[in-house]
Design a protein around this ligand. Structure first.
Ligand code: NAD
Length: 254
C-alpha cells in the first residue's frame, strides 16, 4: 500500500528544479498533487497523470509572494481535490541568484528574496492551515537549507531567508500542535538540481568545497532528498514536529 494513498499535497515551486522531483515522489506514494509555480508545470502534471492516473496531479500558476494568487490556489485545490493533507513550501528565489559580497546586494533583490522565500511560506500556511485545522491533521514541510547552519558566504539574503524558515518552523509547530498538525523543515545541502546547474556561478563557488565538507564525499542530487520528504509527509513522522532535518551527507553537525 503506498504510504500517501488518499492524501492531497501542494508543492510550491513544483514545476522545475528539486520541486518537480518532490511532486513525482509524492504522486508515486499515492498522493494527488497540486503543482504550483510561476513557471509552467502543465507538462509535468500531465506526465504524472499518465503514470499514476488522471486525478494524480494538476498544475496551477501561482506566485507565492502574492496573497490573492495564494488564496486562489488554495480555493482551486479544495474544489478539485476536496482536502489538503500535505503542504511543501518549496518555492524560493535561489538558482537565479548569483553569489556576491554582502554590500553588493541590491535592496530590491533583498526584498524580493524575503517576499518569496519567507512571506510566501507564511501566506501558504495562512491559507492552507485553516483547512488542516478543521480536520485536525496535516503535514507542513518547509524547505530550509543547510546554508544558515554553515553561514555560507556570498548569498546573504538567501541564507538569511532560510534561517528565517527554520525559526518559522519551530514557532509555528508550537501553534499547530494542538490541531495535530506537524510542521517540520527539510534542509538540503547543495544539490545539483537542473536549475542550479544552469547557474555556473553557484557550481563554481560551491560544488567542490561542499563535497569536501561532507562526511559522504560526493555530489548530491534531488533523489537524495526524497526519502526524507516522504517520511515527513507520511504517518511515519507523526510524533516529529518543529524539527529541521538536514539532508546534506553530513556537512552540518546540527
Ligand atoms: N539546489 C540546492 O542546492 C538547494 C539547497 C538547499 C535548499 N534548496 C531549496 O530547495 C528549494 C528548491 O531549490 P531549487 O534548486 O529547485 O531552486 P530553484 O530556484 O530552481 O527552484 C525554485 C522553484 O520555485 C519557483 N518559484 C520561484 N519564485 C516563485 C514564486 N514567486 N511563486 C511560485 N514559485 C516560484 C521556480 O520557478 C522554481 O520552480 C528552494 O527552496 C531552495 O531554496 C536548494
Amino acid at each position: 500500500m503506498p504510504r500517501l494513498a488518499g492524501k492531497v499535497a501542494i508543492v510550491t515551486g513544483g514545476a522545475k528544479g528539486i520541486g518537480c522531483h518532490y511532486a513525482r515522489a509524492l504522486a508515486a506514494e499515492g498522493a494527488r498533487v497540486m503543482i504550483a509555480d510561476i513557471e509552467d508545470g502543465s507538462a509535468l502534471a500531465a506526465a504524472i497523470a499518465q503514470a499514476h492516473g488522471a486525478d494524480a496531479a494538476a498544475f496551477m500558476r501561482c506566485d507565492v509572494s502574492d496573497e490573492k494568487s495564494v488564496a486562489a490556489l488554495v480555493e482551486v485545490t479544495m474544489k478539485r481535490f476536496g482536502q489538503i493533507d500535505v503542504l511543501v513550501n518549496n518555492a524560493a528565489l535561489y538558482a537565479k541568484l548569483s553569489p556576491r559580497k554582502f554590500i553588493e546586494w541590491d535592496v530590491d533583490i533583498w526584498d524580493r528574496v524575503m517576499a518569496i522565500n519567507v512571506r510566501g511560506s507564511f501566506l501558504m500556511v495562512r491559507h492552507v492551515a485553516p483547512h488542516m485545522m478543521e480536520r485536525r491533521s496535516g503535514k507542513i514541510i518547509n524547505i530550509g537549507s543547510g546554508a544558515p547552519y554553515k553561514g555560507v558566504p556570498r548569498m546573504l539574503p538567501y541564507v538569511t531567508s532560510k534561517g528565517a524558515i527554520i525559526a518559522f518552523t519551530r514557532a509555528l509547530s508550537r501553534e499547530l500542535g494542538e490541531y495535530g498538525i506537524n510542521v517540520n523543515s527539510l534542509s538540503p545541502g547543495y544539490i545539483l538540481s537542473d536549475t542550479g546547474l544552469e547557474n555556473t556561478a553557484h557550481v563554481e563557488d560551491e560544488r567542490i568545497p561542499v563535497r569536501n565538507s561532507r562526511a559522504f564525499k560526493r555530489d548530491a542530487y534531488p533523489e537524495d532528498l526524497l526519502g526524507t520528504l516522504v517520511y515527513l509527509a507520511s504517518g511515519d513522522s507523526n510524533f516529529v514536529t518543529g524539527q529541521s532535518i538536514v539532508v546534506d551527507g553530513g556537512a552540518v553537525n546540527n
